[in-house]
Design a protein around this ligand. Structure first.
Ligand code: GLN
Length: 283
């Protein structure tokens, strides 16, 4: 005896069918079309991706899914649509006006962990803190540390403050508007920075170019303008035995090393998981 065919959802398509359709359409805008579709469906259902895959594939597709798909087809980053992105050990709320945390930037935290070993930094400065990415990851890594995040964007600072509060770190994290360290007086054991480093003539994926803040991406014709401003400020900001760890574009190791060496600093290079030069460690 054959079993009856499954009953279709009362209205519209099921999640499984909607996921297949979205995946096919995302092939033109994303290198991870199936993952993107699953993340958006999980968000529309108010659940996790794991729970979607294990338990909800036969649920009806919620009406909020189609608008999310349309936004992704307009190249909007997934993290701006879901409003959240995992980085290192923390989950950050993100949105337009601040750079989406990238896995590549975890190389800076790895470099800091390798540098300090069994020790821990007591004071941390994040120049260009954005939504709080590097600072809050470092504060999660070292629960005894306090930190200061600086950014020229008040939108980014508001996001960072919200993230610090949600992560229960408001007592350990301060935030100040500023143009790099122009108004910062103290010294820090660990200085982190992911400044803008894209050359103004460089082409970026539409996802980045059309949605993320230009002020967090572009830094003059060779992408080095902000390193030229930051490098001279570092020596006075570094506590005795302190370290500054800067993210770089994959072709910039030599040029940025030269800027740091000119300030009397010693520099080593660290690669990211994609094996691209990604961080300079200056002591
Ligand atoms: N890594 C980013 C990108 O290529 C750029 C980040 C930055 O300029 N700091 O999109």
């Amino acid at each position: 005896m054959t079993s009856p065919p499954p009953t279709p959802p009362a209205s519209g398509r099921g999640a499984r069918q909607a996921l297949a359709e979205a995946t096919a359409s995302f092939a033109q805008v994303s290198q991870t079309p199936r993952l993107d579709a699953e993340l958006l469906m999980a968000h529309a259902l108010g659940t996790t991706r794991e729970s979607l895959l294990l338990r909800h594939l036969d649920d009806p597709a919620p009406p909020t899914f189609a608008p999310f798909v349309a936004r992704r087809l307009d190249h909007e980053p997934i993290a701006y649509i879901t409003g959240t992105r995992g980085f290192w050990t923390i989950e950050l709320q993100v949105g337009p006006g601040a750079l989406v945390p990238r896995a590549d930037s975890e190389a800076l935290i790895e470099a800091a962990v390798a540098h300090f070993g069994a020790r821990a930094p007591a004071t941390i400065l994040d120049l260009g803190v954005g939504p709080g990415t590097l600072l809050l990851a470092a504060l999660d890594q070292w629960p005894g540390a306090t930190g200061l995040g600086v950014d020229a964007s008040t939108t980014a600072l508001d996001m960072a403050k919200g993230n610090a509060a949600r992560l229960g770190m408001e007592a350990r994290a301060r935030f100040e508007p500023g143009n790099w360290a122009d108004t910062i007086a103290g010294q820090f054991d660990l200085i982190l920075a992911n400044p803008p480093y894209i050359g103004t003539g460089e082409t970026l994926p539409a996802e980045v170019r059309d949605h993320e803040p230009a002020s967090a991406l572009f830094a003059g014709p060779d992408g080095l303008d902000d390193y030229r401003l930051i490098a001279p400020q570092l020596p006075r900001l570094m506590a005795p035995g302190g370290v500054a760890i800067l993210e770089i574009g994959s072709t910039q190791a030599e040029a940025v090393t030269a800027l740091l060496v000119a300030q009397g600093l010693s520099v080593t290079l660290r690669y990211d998981l994609g094996n691209n030069p990604r961080a300079l460690i200056a002591t």
